[in-house]
Design a protein around this ligand. Structure first.
Ligand code: 2U9
Length: 342
């Protein structure tokens, strides 16, 4: 046993001190120590000479020695792995492999631009659930059950509970903000909304909106108009022609819609502007006093304006997208055209 111990010690010293210069010498090391006729095998064979009562201890020592040699070998081998000492065949002037960079979806690009314009005006961002209850989506917005305007916003209802539905506008988010915050309130609400529409080039069962709400003391129609004029000029440039005309919404009074000169035909007349030269881009108005009172906001003290726009429509005008279905078909030929746009 003593003899075996001494042998192992001396081999360990020899192995520890070994060094190699190339892959061939690594292989020679492996054959010498770990090969079938190598030193480790040979020394393992000496187990038979060890007395029975010392076999356990000797077995342990030999195993440790084997692991020691294998570790040393792995270390030597690693020095020459992937280490191509002859690099003369590599052409370092070749361009590298291009990293494929994805693109932002055009709707995200445009939504981000809309949001950033209103952020500069001091609007905060608010978000809410896609599945809403009847009150937050319709009732609180002055759209009671028998109101004819509900027809235009027919949507999808949840089987388990018929008062749950997929929101038809993000006004429900503003409703929740009004429920939880006191004026002054200044928020924009971007998000997906749903309507029961037959899918075509001009209509889809879901689309995206950005709505805004500003409630405070002395908030006026002039503030609304100025805010929206600032927005269109930032979005479409200073030369854009704008038309602001009266309209009707149950949740605003008075109400107005904003048109811009058609960017597709530059006012000449085309399918997008229905040959009028003008395209409607948003709806707006002063928040109806009933809507304010629904949330316990004193309509004699506070006034507010609200507006809403469809992101698909703004994107159509900005990027000339003529079919709504392109936005959700995931066609790489369409999406790749927005590479580099942020
Ligand atoms: C509250 C009170 C009033 C939001 C408004 C519109 C007018 C509007 C449409 C534009 C195109 C929807 O995407 S679209 O189809 N929106 O015309 N939205 S005023 O009015 C509100 C919102 C919240 C509490």
């Amino acid at each position: 046993m003593q003899e075996l111990l001494e042998k192992i010690d001396s081999y360990k010293q020899e192995i520890e001190a070994s060094s190699v210069l190339n892959a061939e010498e690594v292989e020679a090391f492996r054959i010498k120590y770990l090969g079938t006729k190598g030193l480790v095998k040979a020394i393992m064979g000496e187990m038979k000479n060890v007395p029975n009562e010392q076999k356990k201890q000797a077995g342990q020592l030999l195993n440790e020695f084997k692991v020691f040699v294998e570790t040393k070998f792995e270390g030597l081998k690693a020095q020459f792995e992937n280490n191509d000492s002859d690099a003369s065949h590599i052409d370092f002037s070749l361009p590298g492999d291009a990293v494929a960079v994805g693109t932002r979806h055009p709707l995200s690009i445009v939504r981000n631009r809309i949001v950033s314009i209103f952020k500069r005006l001091g609007f905060a961002i608010a978000e809410g659930p896609d599945i809403e209850d009847d009150w937050h989506n319709f009732g609180a917005m002055n759209l009671p059950e028998d109101h004819p305007a509900r027809d235009m916003q027919d949507t999808f209802y949840i089987n388990q509970n018929p008062s749950w539905l997929l929101r038809t506008h993000t006004s429900s988010v503003q409703a929740r903000v009004m429920e939880n915050q006191k004026p002054p309130i200044r928020v924009i609400c971007p998000g997906r909304v749903y309507r029961n529409e037959t899918i075509s080039a001009r209509a889809h069962c879901f689309f995206h909106q950005v709505e805004g709400l500003y409630i405070g003391e002395n908030v006026s129609f002039a503030d609304l108009k100025q805010t929206l004029y600032f927005f269109v000029q930032e979005m479409f440039g200073k030369d854009i022609k704008v038309r602001f005309r009266p309209s009707y919404f149950p949740f605003t009074e008075p109400s107005a819609e904003m048109d811009i000169s058609c960017l597709i035909c530059e006012g000449e007349g085309c399918n997008v502007c229905k040959h009028t030269g003008w395209v409607e881009i948003l709806g707006s108005g002063m928040v109806h006093p009933k809507v304010l009172e629904n949330f316990g906001i004193d309509s004699n003290k506070y006034t507010g304006f609200a507006f809403g726009m469809g992101v698909e429509r703004i994107t159509q005008l900005k990027y000339r997208v003529n079919d709504l279905r392109l936005y959700s078909q995931n066609d790489i030929r369409f999406l790749q055209q927005f590479t580099g746009a942020v």
